[in-house]
Design a protein around this ligand. Structure first.
Ligand SMILES: O=C(O)CCC(=O)C(=O)O
Length: 299
């Protein structure tokens, strides 16, 4: 049985930014803003060739789909290669290789003139636009973004399937303590090992050229490149102060504790985190069985 994440995400075609602020940004509800960057050079011209010309000679770090290190944030690339060769590869062949969180704008500052931040009442983190590239079939496993920011994820070439879950389901999704990952596989759920998955409900969509997916801060996301391509994320501060503090604590304290404990205790630390995640899920299941089934939560 598949997990119930077949709920569609609203799509705004003729975007009214005030409506977006009221109905999606404030209540922190996901939505697709179709054509948000229309009229910019990025929208009109960004494709594999464009990036080959602008940055093809750069040496970049790439990541494989790995089942190991489930509780670690991707920091050290698995391989390095020339960007133009990487682009040729993802344009021609399915591959699991991805480029994650590349601030290409530091290497090529002129690219910043190719788009503008939309006039939305939110504090954009303009120093941190990131690019993501992936080959057909590559996957970004389920995670939350560690700083809890809102993400505006725009697709320029290829297609990505995105599955989202509200942070309200974190216990039922077996979030490891001290970080933003889970050991569950949402597309091949193991209900015996992770019974909490029976109770989660989520959203699913596919984004293609010009679509900007608004992912509220702290939302869980699983991403699959259904057609090799790339996109950019613009990030903005979480509207809730408590979440901003949580993001800061994740970056400054929790991540450090996790690293030190992993170094000191190795697998024992991982098992301890698994046990805590299992205990929290059991408590959440008991609560649901006591109160009745849960409806879809859109935060
Ligand atoms: O699409 C990707 O490769 C990953 C995107 C992602 O996880 C993010 O924007 O937080």
């Amino acid at each position: 049985m598949a997990i119930d994440f077949n709920h569609p995400i609203d799509i705004l075609e003729n975007i009214d930014l005030r409506k977006f602020e009221e109905e999606y940004l404030k209540p922190q509800k996901p939505v697709i803003l179709r054509g948000l960057l229309k009229g910019t050079k990025a929208y009109e011209e960004w494709d594999f060739n464009y990036f080959k010309n602008v940055a093809g000679d750069k040496i970049i770090g790439v990541y494989e789909n790995r089942e190991s290190d489930l509780d670690k944030t991707l920091k050290v690339p698995h391989r390095r290669m020339k960007f133009s060769e990487y682009l040729d590869l993802i344009a021609s062949t399915p591959t699991d290789l991805r480029i994650n969180l590349w601030n290409i704008f530091k290497d090529c500052p002129a690219l910043m003139h190719d788009f503008e931040y939309p006039e939305i009442k939110t504090k954009f983190l303009k120093e941190y636009p990131f690019m993501f590239f992936g080959g057909t079939g590559s996957i970004a496993r389920m995670h939350q973004d560690i700083d809890m920011s809102n993400v505006f994820l725009t697709q320029f070439q290829g297609k990505r399937r995105v599955v989202l879950f509200s942070p309200d389901y974190s216990d039922l999704l077996y979030r490891y303590p001290f970080n933003v990952h889970t050991g569950v596989n949402v597309v091949k759920p193991d209900y015996q090992r992770f019974p909490g998955l029976q109770y989660v409900k989520g959203f699913e969509c596919e984004i293609r050229h010009g679509d900007t997916l608004f992912m509220p801060g702290e939302y869980w996301h699983y991403i699959e490149y259904t057609e090799g391509g790339f996109g950019m994320s613009m990030r903005s501060l979480n509207p809730h102060i408590s979440k901003r503090i949580k993001g800061l604590m994740n970056l400054s304290v929790r991540q450090g504790i996790d690293y030190l404990m992993r170094k000191g205790l190795g697998d024992k630390w991982f098992k301890m985190k698994q046990n805590i995640a299992d205990r929290r899920a059991k408590a959440a299941i008991r609560k649901i069985e006591h109160n009745g089934n849960r409806e879809l939560v859109a935060h």
